[in-house]
Design a protein around this ligand. Structure first.
Ligand code: GLU
Length: 381
């Protein structure tokens, strides 16, 4: 298998998700935001953006910042207290990021997500579309868990896994978990002087899992176990992931300069992983037939427009080409964007310019976006 190279530094990233732990951003005793640290992180983010990289921030800290404002005591909080703390802390957190990035003329967009949003197909696609649009418009999405509505059953509970889900959702190629530890060790380095540092991990084996333990820092909620859970999600999505120490200023610049951190390296790119997922895991729920013109367009790397689609059966959640001469060849698979069967029926056979009239709203130009289409599942194209 061709492993994706773990290029040292971040310069090769195209789309970067950075997770910031509570302990880095919020003072444990006062709940105050570390403005200088944030300003230095902002400089790093701006440097990435200047190189043309997309940056998404997943930041913890709402509970840590908000709890003292509400006079909540130190120590573990009940779920409803955490939710209350997060709702007051999140305003301050978002405001701090917004002020800091605004100094460089960059807009921040707050996005609050729950586990449901990454598991329900409709919500997943909406979140993916919103994030992609924000990135295209040059904004920096600032993501946190929507603690107010996240009950125990639908909580991520830690932003390590949330960040990995987000990275998978937007086909990011690099995820950095900024933490209070510089990476993965063979055992807990705080208690074991023989603990050995691992610079690179290529698979989450039972041995690797056994190394994680469950050390928790005082302020944040994740331990090494949640970081490995995040790594598993990231690797499956073709996204490389780093666990890096974030405490000193300019954490991204330091990773780029080669400061030590643990890199988790996937087998394949996010695009190939996504296409494999589309090709391999979907049980077809319907069939969409396309004409020869559309087959030719697909061959040229274009998307099937409605006018090239003849008819459909079942729910339009998957389709196969009517023009495919060799029935032994695997059928293309896809995940159409949010297009109901009723809407598909309305626009099939119509020109792109007629879609708005057919639907009563401005839909998309293509039936299926290229990113959501696995033309030849076996070659992962
Ligand atoms: N959503 C929580 C907060 O912002 C943090 C979860 C975590 O620390 O991972 O405070």
């Amino acid at each position: 298998m061709n492993h994706v190279q773990a290029a040292p530094g971040l310069a090769s990233a195209r789309r970067l998700v950075v997770k910031i732990g509570s302990a880095l951003l919020a003072c444990e005793t006062t709940g105050e935001i570390r403005r200088d640290w944030l300003a230095a992180l902002t400089d790093d983010v701006i440097a990435c953006k200047k190189r043309g990289q997309d940056v998404v921030l997943v930041s913890s800290g709402a509970v840590a910042i908000g709890r003292l404002r509400l006079g909540l005591p130190a120590g573990p909080l009940r779920l409803e207290e955490k939710q209350a703390a997060a709702s007051t802390g999140m305003i301050r957190l978002a405001h701090a990021y917004q002020e800091s990035l605004a100094e460089h003329g960059v807009t921040v967009a707050q996005v609050l997500l729950t586990l449901d949003d990454s598991e329900d197909r409709g919500r997943y696609i909406n979140a993916r579309n919103t994030l992609s649009t924000l990135l295209r418009l040059g904004a920096v999405p600032l993501i946190n868990e929507n603690d107010t509505v996240a009950t125990d059953e639908i909580r991520f509970g830690d932003n390590d896994r949330l960040a990995a889900r987000v990275a998978a959702m937007i086909s990011a190629d690099t995820l950095v978990l900024l933490s209070d530890i510089d990476g993965l060790y063979t055992s807990d380095p705080h208690t074991d002087p023989d603990a050995r540092f691992l610079a690179e991990v290529r698979a989450i084996t039972p041995e690797i899992e056994a190394m994680a333990g469950n050390a928790r820092s005082m302020v944040g909620s994740g331990g090494m176990a949640t970081k490995l859970a995040a790594a598993r999600v990231a690797l499956a999505a073709g996204c490389r992931m780093a666990i890096a120490h974030g405490e000193a200023p300019h954490p991204l610049r330091r990773i780029e300069a080669g400061e030590r951190c643990t890199w988790f390296v996937p087998d394949e790119s996010p695009q190939a992983a996504r296409k494999q997922w589309i090709a391999g895991t979907l049980k077809p729920a319907g069939i969409l037939t396309v004409d020869d013109g559309a087959v030719a367009a697909l061959g040229r790397g274009q998307e099937p427009a409605a006018c090239g689609c003849g008819r459909h059966r079942g729910r339009v959640q998957s389709w196969r080409s009517g023009g495919c001469p060799d029935q032994r060849r695997p059928h293309p698979r896809s995940r159409p964007h949010l297009l109901s069967s009723a809407d598909a029926r309305r626009i099939i056979g119509h020109k792109t310019s007629e879609i708005e009239t057919c639907l009563g709203y401005r839909g998309r130009d293509e039936m299926i976006h290229r990113d959501d289409l696995a033309l030849n599942p076996e070659s992962k194209r």
